[in-house]
Ligand binder design. Structure first.
Ligand code: S3P
Length: 426
């Protein structure tokens, strides 16, 4: 390990984070099954979304991309054709799960797979309801794991009570329901992100929202539209925490999506005592966005659990880092879903932050973090998980010794240019 001492430098300046990953995926998917041209501004060009584009190109959809600008020649779902090779989603759980909803309605055979992480993640959560709608899906472990083989066709609506608050489950079923016979509904235990519902409306479709229940009528024809993707709050989260915990920092992040089903990080950081200002809120658009300014402050421990968990699920690794710098014991609970993300994020967060001197322990459904700890240099690993890699990169800003991050390339799945932006703030 390189133990050369460096100064801890405040982060100061203004940045724009890349486009929202969830919204980017959905814009490609709905643009590909709609009729007419769809234009997307501000698409996330991370590996995950590029895989989504490739999957639809393989089914004959004409998609032109120039950086973050995309044009899709939508000809309706009936124009999609059987791919001559397997569809590869890379590391993207959103691609495989949401696409399964679409593939289930297509009258041909597809095989869909991803990397080693995808092969480990549970697919039965979407396979089971899609089978109940009439899709013929098989795969490893009886269809619980990818690679999966889908023979789609005529589907019938179902009324599904989801055991988990998951936008991927909800969206896969709503996508299948869009083209099914009759009515389809999904009831969730808590509200998950609602980008699918908002975007179906933007494409001229209709989803009824009633408390935690979503209902969609089948055989809808979507029409191409123009989508502007706001900055990803899950990417902004790394700088929101960095700006809060690195002494002397002040960072403004422009055009960040602040959809209330995603903004739990803002509520939690504020409860911890963070100094966060929201300006230029635009809420008359499909997805609200704003500029967010964070100024370093002293944080205190909180308990994070219950309905807020789906609103900040992807931000828990970076919140765990924030908790190492907060006074007192932070408890994160009701977050067992972390175990089935790109890695088991309870284990990877605890293992890696411990190496840097954090006082952190895993629990059944979350973790306990005792603050404050002075973090030190170490050899750490992203475990191939983009959000663990970025969390560790921010943690390294707090150490005087060097932190070596193994497998940091994983970051490109959601945040190409992350290190350049981090350096631009020093
Ligand atoms: C996503 C939903 C969430 C989230 C993932 C993106 C989406 O997963 O963790 O990064 O775009 O629908 P779950 O639906 O499994 O909670």
């Amino acid at each position: 390990m390189n133990t050369v001492k460096t100064k801890i430098v405040p982060l100061r300046g203004t940045i724009k984070v890349p486009g929202d990953k969830s919204i980017s995926h959905r814009s490609i998917m709905l643009g590909s099954v709609a009729k007419g041209k769809t234009i997307v501004h501000g698409l996330l060009t991370g590996d995950d979304c590029l895989h989504t584009i490739e999957c639809f190109r393989q089914m004959g959809v004409h998609i032109d991309r120039d950086g973050e600008y995309v044009e899709i020649e939508g000809k309706g779902i009936e124009a999609l054709t059987e791919p001559s090779n397997v569809l590869d989603v890379g590391n993207s759980g959103t691609t495989i799960r949401l696409m399964l909803g679409i593939l289930s309605s297509l009258p041909f055979h597809t095989v869909i797979l991803g990397d080693q992480s995808i092969a480990k993640r549970p697919m039965d959560r979407v396979v089971n309801p899609l089978r109940a709608m009439g899709a013929k899906i098989d795969g490893r472990r009886g269809g619980k794991s990818a690679p999966l083989s889908v023979r789609g066709g005529a589907l019938t609506g179902i009324h599904y009570v989801s055991p988990v608050a998951s936008a991927q489950i909800k969206s896969a079923i709503l996508f299948a329901g869009l083209f099914a016979e009759g009515e389809t509904s999904v009831l969730e235990p808590e509200a998950s992100r609602d980008h699918t519902e908002r975007m179906i409306q933007a494409f001229g479709g209709n989803v009824e929202v009633n408390g935690l229940k979503r209902t969609i009528h089948g055989k809808q024809q979507l029409e191409g539209t123009t989508i502007t993707v706001p900055g990803d709050i899950s990417s902004a989260a790394f700088f929101l925490v960095a700006g809060s915990i690195i002494p002397g920092s002040r960072i403004t992040i422009q055009n960040v999506g602040v959809n209330p089903t995603r903004s739990g990080i803002l509520d939690t950081l504020r409860e911890m005592g963070a100094d966060i200002a929201i300006d230029h809120l635009q809420d008359q658009v499909m997805e609200p966005y704003a500029d967010i300014t964070v100024t370093a402050s002293s944080l205190k421990a909180v308990t994070i659990g219950g309905e807020i968990i789906p609103r900040l699920i992807d931000e828990i690794p970076i919140l765990a880092l924030a908790a190492t710098q907060a006074e007192g014991t932070t408890i994160i609970k009701d977050a067992a879903e972390l175990k089935v993300k790109e890695t088991n994020r309870i284990d990877t967060v605890v293992e890696e932050l411990k190496k840097m001197g954090a006082n952190i322990e895993a629990t059944e459904d979350g973790m306990k973090i005792h603050g404050r700890s002075a973090l030190h240099g170490a050899h750490v690993s992203s475990h191939g998980d983009h959000r663990i890699g970025m969390m560790l990169a921010i943690a390294s800003c707090l150490t005087q010794e060097k932190v070596e991050i193994q497998d940091k390339e994983a970051i490109t799945v959601s945040y190409p240019g992350f290190f350049q932006q981090l350096n631009s703030l020093r």
